[in-house]
Design a protein around this ligand. Structure first.
Ligand SMILES: Nc1nc2c(ncn2[C@@H]2O[C@H](COP(=O)(O)OP(=O)(O)OP(=O)(O)O)[C@@H](O)[C@H]2O)c(=O)[nH]1
Length: 308
């Protein structure tokens, strides 16, 4: 007999910075929705991806990495993570197979173990394309072991590579199997309920992050000032004007973003425009200004206006 049950609910991934959470979200959803970058701690918004199948619907929430707060922004980001954990049905704990389980992972596991209403937990051994079989087996044994040590019962331990796609469907199977019976929350075909502008701002931020170092990644925010279809365009050749601001905290950072004779800003614009074209399916004309908002990460008013 086949199981006719329709399951639905929410899941999120946790893991230390760079564990592969955003990339896995994107692989499951099948379209680029959450920002994935080689710089740690670049995920800020609770971007949702939606996986719709005949047997269920899984809503994925992408949280920022948990870290020691040094600014008001840091505190708010951590609070966002705890809020998310309290809301989901399943947490997927990402433990990269190419790295040993360390104090950072144990810290996160300790926080999860201490939750009052603990969601179901699945361990995901991520980035398996980077390791050999024997290393993966040792890693999975270590995951089993650390679960026992921390008093956590794994609903599954799943090896996966988000970049090669190997086992991504198994991750979806296991997460879905742990959801309660429930209705279809979102119409089929809908991949995310993030407003388009947020996604566009994230694409620009991702382009701006390419190649920057040290504290600068945390100082960059992006705001969409205006998006308007260009008037006087033939119906079959639409064009959208996007006006955006890249916001940094200091004049020196503004200089880095703009680059020598504006070269870097031009590269950022080109890279972001290509991604936005893809997202919207319409060519865009992108105009980016760089603004300095002194110490915006510490200022409640600025944070509020930037949507934090
Ligand atoms: N080889 C390999 N690399 C991966 C895989 N998944 C993610 N990566 C890379 O690892 C880096 C971090 O991936 P993200 O998905 O941004 O990691 P994250 O956990 O969301 O990171 P934060 O936003 O910093 O918390 C990126 O350079 C990815 O391309 C994978 O399955 N295999």
């Amino acid at each position: 007999m086949t199981d006719q049950t329709h399951r639905s609910g929410f899941a999120c991934f946790v893991g230390r910075p760079n564990a592969g959470k955003s990339t896995l979200t994107n692989a499951l959803v099948g379209q680029k929705i959450a920002i994935a970058s080689s710089k740690p701690q670049t995920t800020r918004h609770a971007v949702r991806g939606i996986v719709t199948r005949p047997d269920g619907q899984l809503v994925l929430i992408d949280t920022p990495g948990l870290h020691k707060p040094r600014t008001l922004l840091g505190e708010r980001l951590n609070a966002l993570v705890y809020d998310t954990w309290a809301e989901v049905d399943v947490i997927g704990v990402c433990l990269p197979a190419n790295e040993k389980i360390g104090p950072g992972d144990k810290h996160i596991l300790g926080e999860i173990a201490a939750l009052q209403n603990r969601p179901k937990l699945v361990a995901l051994a991520t980035k398996i394309d980077l390791v050999k079989k024997d290393r993966l087996l040792a890693h999975m044994a270590a995951i089993d072991e650390v679960g026992r040590e921390m008093g956590i019962e794994w609903g599954g331990i799943v090896p996966v590579s988000a970049t090669s796609g190997e086992q991504v469907d198994v991750v979806a199977d296991v997460l879905l199997s742990l959801l309660p019976e429930g209705p279809v929350y979102y119409p089929d075909g809908e991949i995310t309920d993030e407003p388009e502008e947020t996604l566009i701002a994230e694409l620009i931020r991702e382009a701006a992050l390419e190649g920057v170092r040290d504290e600068l990644p945390h100082s960059i925010a992006v705001q969409i000032d205006e998006m308007i279809p260009r008037a006087d365009r033939p119906e079959n050749k639409p064009l959208i004007d996007v006006f955006a601001s890249i916001i940094v905290e200091r004049d020196s950072q503004k200089g880095i973003i703009i680059g020598h004779r504006g070269e870097r800003l031009k590269e950022i614009g080109t890279a972001a425009r290509q991604q936005i074209n893809k997202l919207l399916g319409t060519p865009v004309h992108l105009q980016i200004h760089v603004k300095v908002l002194k110490e915006w990460q510490r200022d409640p008013k600025h944070l509020g206006r930037l949507g934090f």
